[in-house]
Write a protein that binds this ligand. Structure first.
Ligand code: ACO
Length: 346
């Protein structure tokens, strides 16, 4: 490393993929005993996008990745000017999902590697549920940093949560949506601090039962000849998750600021996991941070778990609301229970 230069993990481009089928709260209320008024007032959700039957998480992930690479090719931040030129330079694909294409194996990341034709990329899935993207950035940063031959990684969050919710459970099915988001990161040498500054990660496995898919795993396998009354689906203790989430978001924001020695005024935007607008509002109130600081798009997409933060980053980025040098904070929580946040200089 040249003197005066520091290694950085910089975000070079972003992308997303959202299924075209949009289901508003009113559309949902036709088949589920709910209402637009209840969903909006309890969650801030106005709609969700649902994948077609023949679309899996890898399809959305590949589309989000292509959109990311297309942004990278069009920009002037990297020398390659076509997606075909960039693809062989991808050394790693880290993909977060709670709704993989296949149970156990192969990983959805490997399916995406094939769809992209990123033949030089190592590929793995990680599952920290809704915190997967936050964990994924740190995972990719570590894997790029430790090996001089690795330079570029795609970090992807993708979900088809519509496949793992019980559509008869009104307290749950109204909350989730499908989609994917991605970022391209590169290991660079820069003067001054850039890229990923710091990550806080944590887990509290004692809360594992609060958000769980019981059926189908090794603990509760679906046996030969068994009549499956319902497909494997998410069960949630909403109140317990809510309380955990407000505490996790509040404490992660405080911890990131404290460890980095900055104040909230130094942070341009906070991009939270989009689970429930009320969780964000409660954390903002506790910390005395303006709600405007938090970017929320939950009204349009509902909770897309591992995809929610990269989708939000891409929307902000494409709107031109993030400028080079801005400090962006991500913060989230999910099943596990897991939580965490990243500080990134854009
Ligand atoms: N439509 C209409 N009424 C409903 C609905 C619905 N969709 N869902 C529940 N109700 C009713 C209930 O039956 C109950 O009625 P009752 O009082 O007659 O029994 C009433 O509304 C209140 O229900 P609660 O469950 O107590 O509602 P609460 O105010 O706690 O809100 C919610 C529920 C929104 C799920 C809240 O607990 C929450 O946001 N929790 C956190 C959820 C979360 O963030 N999950 C994801 C995190 S991790 C991840 O992203 C995977």
């Amino acid at each position: 490393m040249e003197k005066g230069y520091e290694m950085a993990i910089e975000i070079k481009a972003t992308g997303k993929a959202v299924p075209p089928q949009r289901v508003s709260n009113d559309d949902l209320a036709v088949r589920v005993d709910t209402s637009d008024e209840w969903i909006r007032s309890h969650t801030g959700i106005g709609a969700r996008h649902i994948a077609a039957d023949d679309t899996a998480g890898s399809d959305l992930a590949a589309e989000a990745a292509f959109n990311t690479l297309s942004m990278a090719a069009e920009g002037d931040d990297i020398p390659e000017k076509t997606i075909e030129e960039i693809l062989p330079t991808i050394d790693l694909i880290v993909l977060g999902t709670t709704s993989p294409d296949y149970y156990g194996c192969p990983s959805t990341a490997c399916v995406v590697q094939s769809k992209l034709g990123a033949k030089n990329a190592a590929a793995l899935d990680i599952n920290a549920a809704c915190s997967s993207f936050i964990y994924g950035i740190e995972t990719a940063a570590g894997m790029l940093s430790i090996n001089e031959k690795r330079r570029r990684a795609l970090i992807i969050g993708t979900e088809v949560l519509s496949r793992i919710v019980d559509w008869n459970d009104r307290s749950l099915c109204v909350l989730f949506g499908d989609g994917a988001g991605a970022v391209l990161v590169e290991k660079t040498r820069t003067e001054g601090r850039r890229g990923l500054l710091r990550t806080v990660l944590g887990a509290d496995g004692t809360g594992a039962e609060h958000l769980i898919i019981r059926r189908g795993g090794g603990r509760s396998p679906i046996k030969d000849g068994e009549t499956v009354k319902s497909h494997p689906h998410v069960e949630m203790n909403g109140q317990a998750v809510y309380n955990f989430a407000v505490k996790a978001v509040t404490e992660t924001i405080e911890e990131l600021l404290r460890l980095e020695g900055i104040t909230i005024d130094d942070v341009s935007r906070i991009v939270p996991h989009q689970a429930n607008a009320r969780i964000v509002q409660a954390a903002a109130k506790r910390l005395d941070i303006s709600e405007e600081k938090f970017f929320l798009n939950i009204e349009e997409y509902a909770n897309t778990s591992a995809a929610s933060i990269p989708i939000a980053l891409d929307e902000l980025n494409r709107k031109g609301e993030i400028r080079r040098g801005d400090i962006i904070m991500t913060v989230g929580f999910g099943a596990g229970l897991t939580y965490g946040g990243n500080l990134i200089v854009w």
